[in-house]
Design a protein around this ligand. Sequence first.
Ligand SMILES: *Cc1c(COP(=O)(O)O)cnc(C)c1O
Length: 402
Amino acid sequence: MSSRLIEWAQQQLQEISEAGLYKHERLIDSPQGVEITLADGRKVINFCANNYLGLASHPRVIGAAHRALDRWGYGMASVRFICGTQTIHRELEKAIADFLHCEDSILYAACFDANGGVFEPFFGPEDAIISDELNHASIIDGIRLTKAKRFVYKHLDLADLEEKLREAQSARFRVVVTDGVFSMDGDYAPLDKILELTQRYDAMLLVDDSHATGFVGATGRGTPEKFGILGAPNLILTGTLGKALGGAMGGFVAGPAPLIALLRQRSRPYLFSNSLSPVIVATAKEIFTWLSETTELRDRLEANTRRFREGLTRAGFDIKPGDHPIVPIMLYDAVLAHRMADALLEEGIYVIGFSYPVVPRGQARIRVQLSAAHTFEHIDKAIEAFTKVGRALGVLKGAVVG
Ligand SMILES: *Cc1c(COP(=O)(O)O)cnc(C)c1O
């Protein structure tokens, strides 16, 4: 029996390989940052991390983590409700809630766990969950763990969403679920319009703001700030500490206090998984304090994003319009996207090509992600390298030459 399984796994791996879908992991031999060293010694400028605010190895963050390690220790070796809650765990939950204009929040080991644990305690067979078709895998899995009726609406399609809300009117509870920002296109869910629909049809709104918390919106409070719905009474947010907010580990749910309190009693990834390391908790607290004091980091990220998007557009690239630091550079052809990423690495620019099944067939691209830690020199070097490689591969629109 075991040998049959092992043979099957080997066949699967071969099929993945033959289909050209095998994911190879590049080894990094330095801290995460905008300038990294690969295991083969190459020094490259990194344009593919979720390190939006440049905090992953920022000196202030490392300093806070060192102090936290000495003050609070390394691990908790307990779930929260036995002996895994330090004062800082509650302080961080309050800081997240305050930052996001919510009543309370609850920590998880990751946003994957937050999404895995946020549906099942609330929604049963008599309820309806209405979900954007491009929502993150962890949302899809979280919904699967419930017995609720499922409705999937077309990506960002408000008319289809309204139709699903109507179909779900006999349910006890309804919740509309969406990513705030979708990671492949960097496009936003129009939360003002979605909120209006949820209120008209008496539904909750759950937004996973993993690609937004800390930098989207005028003061970095995410897509609810960008669309003017912060503090809406029927709003539940999930998010990650693993992207802009230091990039270590950790996730959260924020929302109305009774819902958060019930999650503490019933949410399985919270109840049956270890407490978040005090090093992460105390450091994240410092990061929220920092982001509450000043918008300098998200402002720099915004300026960097604008410079990169304008530079590539001027060079004649086909990029998806928008203002998010996720910049999809459309090549449509999978082989071309991967060849272009390889050629850019030769130029010292670390980017990744995305193709089916990560994006739809015929939608292959390079996805660049900007960081507040990039300097204008980094960005200009990238624009220059993209232009050189793009010209060599013949992907530039003739528009502006020179
Ligand atoms: C990255 C991401 C997650 C997973 O977050 P982790 O904290 O890394 O588990 C969940 N949802 C969305 C939309 C994400 O982009």
